[in-house]
Write a protein that binds this ligand. Sequence first.
Ligand SMILES: NC(=O)c1ccc[n+]([C@@H]2O[C@H](COP(=O)([O-])OP(=O)(O)OC[C@H]3O[C@@H](n4cnc5c(N)ncnc54)[C@H](OP(=O)(O)O)[C@@H]3O)[C@@H](O)[C@H]2O)c1
Length: 246
Amino acid sequence: MTVRRTALVTGASRGIGRAIAERLAEEGFDLTLSARADGPLKDTADQLRVHGGRVETASADMADPEQVEALADAHLQLHGGIDVLVLAAGMGTGGELAAYPLHKLDTMLAVNLRSNFQLTQRLLPALRTAGAAPSGLGAKIIAIASITGVVSEPGLAAYGATKAALISLCESITTAEGARGVNATALSPGYVDTDMAAWVHDRVDPATMIQVSDIAELAVALCRLSRYAAVPNIVVTRPGETLWRA
Ligand SMILES: NC(=O)c1ccc[n+]([C@@H]2O[C@H](COP(=O)([O-])OP(=O)(O)OC[C@H]3O[C@@H](n4cnc5c(N)ncnc54)[C@H](OP(=O)(O)O)[C@@H]3O)[C@@H](O)[C@H]2O)c1
């Protein structure tokens, strides 16, 4: 009998998180989908159930540590374990370094970094169990960072700093937990055609942006690797002169 793997996907109601959740559903994963707004989350879950797996929802605001803790516990209660943790919930606001409001930096750090650290910590015992499973696939953490965490982008100092920290966190997770079969990967794209990238439509044609399916494909490939292959960070960029630009 094949043991079904389970995944918790944050930011799962639209964009990159939704695309990854859909590909994982196609691959036979049981899922918990999370985001703040309950309606779109439930609609997404209804759509993903056609693939035959168990798809549950648990809404949570990643800015609120109590809700983050409750989300981790809800996933374990629903599924009894976790094989893959997809950290796709995120936010970004631009602004000049000199005048960037610190309260906005605090919120962005909470959503883009602290929540992911906290979810990892809370789920670590269950991830270690999956890491040692006989399948040899181990447990995976896949965090959606950004190319702005690798090379700085004008006007995105705060956002880029949160994503650089997330890339570092992924490395640290693999360094600390890889021997137990728990590996983390940051996926660091340039502009992906989602709602989040709509603010640059006046200068970047959405038709030329990275597709959510590109990121989802990489996530699925990572889930197929053995526990002995660690992939710290994958930069996905747009071809041409934008090679090292968002
Ligand atoms: N699009 C890009 O160009 C791009 C490039 C590089 C990296 N990224 C990163 O990719 C990730 C996904 O972005 P996307 O482009 O798919 O954005 P998106 O289409 O706007 O989707 C964002 C998802 O995250 C959820 N979310 C947002 N804030 C949240 C919060 N405080 N708590 C819980 N859930 C929250 C949203 O649902 P609710 O609003 O209902 O909460 C939604 O499901 C983000 O981490 C982003 O930084 C995006």
